[in-house]
Write a new protein. Structure first.
Length: 301
């Protein structure tokens, strides 16, 4: 067992485990959102601790845009096999094929917004009444407004001005027909807390989080990895850079940072010196000043 010299991490762990157990106790069909990113990996790890030696009492749900980094899918499938968890995949491509959503056109088209309807359809089809997410309040100003138990109306919409009080960690999970909750056990964690905990617990992560050489293009100030989904446009030069990713998501919008941090200690040093949040390199968040909040109101995470 690790030596918890950083006692605040033990407090955060206990808080997250409490929220996970409250979710299992209050809701009939919860589901854990899994993107393959470090926060959803940490959530899965904490859930294993919370319910050990039993299996996870809820499935993992991956909203698949179809534009994934191969390393993410490889890690996801290996984790599911190792934990014995049930995996539910909600496909954006399937939603496009069925006419549920319409793919964006133009040079800056993204499937990110299409995840909203895909997620809501999956929650309705599976009759899930709570979706656990790895959102943290330090990530982005819209996420700073969230409660642990975040109510969604019958249309899956979020009203940031009408949230329930959570005094003394008492959570109100009552809902009407067709409504559901988003639950955020990592609300009080910071990016630094996550990395320090990952180091202490020796949690394995996808290789994308560590420095590696890759072909990239710089588009609108964002470093994008060249792949089958991201190809250089006219006037763009392909460069080789040492990069790593601070967040994980759709390959067409997830920006990298230049880095030589090939191990956790180096990443912790970089995070301590960073002056921009980890979502600062997300192309989807740069569309407008309120891009994240607008998507959350519609049903996004």
């Amino acid at each position: 067992m690790p030596d918890y010299t950083l006692t605040h991490l033990k407090q955060l762990e206990s808080e997250a485990i409490f929220v996970l157990r409250e979710t299992a106790a209050q809701f009939e069909r919860p589901v854990l959102m899994f993107s393959g990113g470090k926060d959803s990996i940490l959530m899965t790890y904490l859930a294993k601790k919370a319910f050990w030696p039993a299996k996870l009492p809820f499935p993992l749900l991956h909203v698949d845009t179809g534009h994934n980094f191969p390393e993410t899918i490889e890690y996801r499938d290996r984790l599911v096999e190792d934990t014995g968890a049930n995996l539910v995949v909600a496909s954006v491509q399937k939603a496009i094929d069925e006419g549920r959503v319409v793919e964006e056109k133009g040079p800056n088209a993204s499937r990110n917004a299409l995840q909203i309807q895909t997620l809501l359809d999956c929650l309705e089809e599976g009759q899930y009444d709570a979706a656990l997410g790895g959102g943290r309040r330090d990530e982005e100003k819209a996420r700073a407004k969230e409660r642990f138990f975040s109510h969604r109306d019958e249309f899956g919409q979020w009203d940031p001005k009408n949230q329930r009080p959570e005094l003394w960690n008492i959570f109100n999970g009552k809902m009407g027909i067709g409504e559901h909750f988003r639950v955020f056990p990592l609300s009080n964690w910071t990016e630094m807390d996550v990395w320090q905990y990952i180091k202490l617990e020796e949690i394995e992560l996808p290789s994308l989080y560590y420095s590696h050489e890759r072909d990239v293009v710089i588009r609108n100030g964002v470093i994008l990895a060249v792949s089958e989904f991201v190809q250089p446009r006219e006037g763009e030069a392909v460069e080789k850079k040492l990069i790593r990713f601070r967040t994980m998501g759709d390959a067409t919008i997830t920006g990298a940072v230049e880095s030589t941090a090939s191990a956790i200690d180096g990443i912790i040093e970089e995070v301590a010196a960073a002056r921009e949040t980890e979502r600062g390199n997300r192309a989807d968040d740069k569309r407008s000043e309120s891009a994240m909040e607008d998507r959350k109101k519609q049903g996004y995470f």
